[in-house]
Design a protein around this ligand. Structure first.
Ligand code: NDP
Length: 285
């Protein structure tokens, strides 16, 4: 068997084109969706991610602002900056690019963002809304994975989804979203004993561990859909994921590549969330 390759780049483009139409409708009523990204320090990977976000939001006709601060910025200075953005009506989405330098309390900073502008979906109120299956903001990466599954027509309801990784930004919300869509969900993590005994039961296997190529054909049930969230830059400059694509594609029914799988979807869903925020604010007026 050779798996269907789920083309995240093409699916992200479809999502982006739909958002573009909505941005144009908003602009006709005098509202330009505005995204402000706060970038602290000079981490090259963070700069690349922020650059892609800025490029895509500009392409969609949104107002895109990147505020850079040195790594010596204090937590208090960041809190004041966020307060100003919370009060700025032209800003619909605020994103703090992570990670922040170690001397800053990341939770405190993320919680300072007004939940209505929290387009990353990391504020506890939005996390709680996801748990309750209410409308808040869904974190972009797991939101993107759901879109990939839907566009690839992979059934979720009634299926067994196994998540490898339980981080607050990927694994946990991923499982909750799948549960909300009526999957049966199993979470696994670094302390799970006999990981393969769980992953081999998965109809949908989502891998977000940060461990390069750790999932191999032996972990996968024939015909399963395998979604690889991991991103690693190899010494030769090429990207790979947490899944050993070449061995797994001969067992899986569908698989995402790295690059060109989940990565482009994360940015597309950030655009979706920013547009949604602007639409909600327009409705409130
Ligand atoms: P974290 O480091 O925050 O979490 C990793 C999770 O994987 C933890 O829950 C950890 O378990 C678990 N884990 C680690 N090793 C193993 C193992 N050997 N077996 C089973 N579970 C294990 O990472 P993130 O969730 O933030 O990111 C995961 C990956 O996804 C990274 O490669 C990251 O670069 C990528 N990523 C990609 C994005 C995209 O847009 N494509 C966006 C965000 C992340 P425990 O809790 O026990 O420590």
């Amino acid at each position: 068997m050779t798996a269907i390759i789920i083309d995240g780049k093409a699916i992200a483009e479809q999502v982006i084109l739909k958002v573009k139409d909505r941005v144009e409708t908003l602009k006709q009523s005098g509202i330009t969706p505005g995204l402000t990204v706060v970038l602290v320090g000079d981490d090259p990977a963070s700069q690349t991610y922020v650059g892609s976000k800025e490029k895509t939001s500009k392409r969609l006709g949104m107002d895109s602002t990147v505020l850079t601060r040195p790594s010596t910025v204090t937590g208090q200075e960041l809190l004041e900056l966020i307060e100003n953005l919370n009060n700025d009506e032209s800003v619909h989405g605020i994103l703090i690019q992570l990670p922040l330098p170690g001397h800053i309390d990341e939770n405190k900073v993320l919680q300072a963002i007004h939940p209505d502008k929290d387009v990353d979906g990391f504020h506890p109120l939005n996390v709680g809304k996801l748990l309750l299956n209410q409308h808040g903001f869904i974190p972009c990466t797991p939101f993107g994975v759901i879109q990939l599954l839907d566009y690839a027509a992979i059934p979720i309801e009634g299926k067994h989804a196994v998540i490898v990784g339980r981080s607050n930004i990927v694994g946990k919300p991923m499982g909750q979203l799948l549960l909300n869509r009526h999957a049966t969900v199993t979470y696994t993590h670094s302390r799970t004993e006999d990981l393969a005994s769980y992953t081999k039961q998965a109809d949908i296997l989502i891998v977000a561990t940060g461990q390069p190529l750790m999932i191999t054909a032996e972990h996968v049930k024939p015909g399963a859909a395998v979604i690889d969230v991991g991103i690693h830059r190899n010494s030769d400059g090429r990207l790979s994921g947490d899944v050993d694509f070449h061995s797994v594609k001969s067992v899986a029914g569908a698989i995402t590549p790295v690059p060109g799988g989940v990565g482009p979807m994360t940015i597309a869903m950030l655009m979706e969330n920013t547009c949604l925020s602007a639409e909600r604010m327009a409705q409130k007026k």
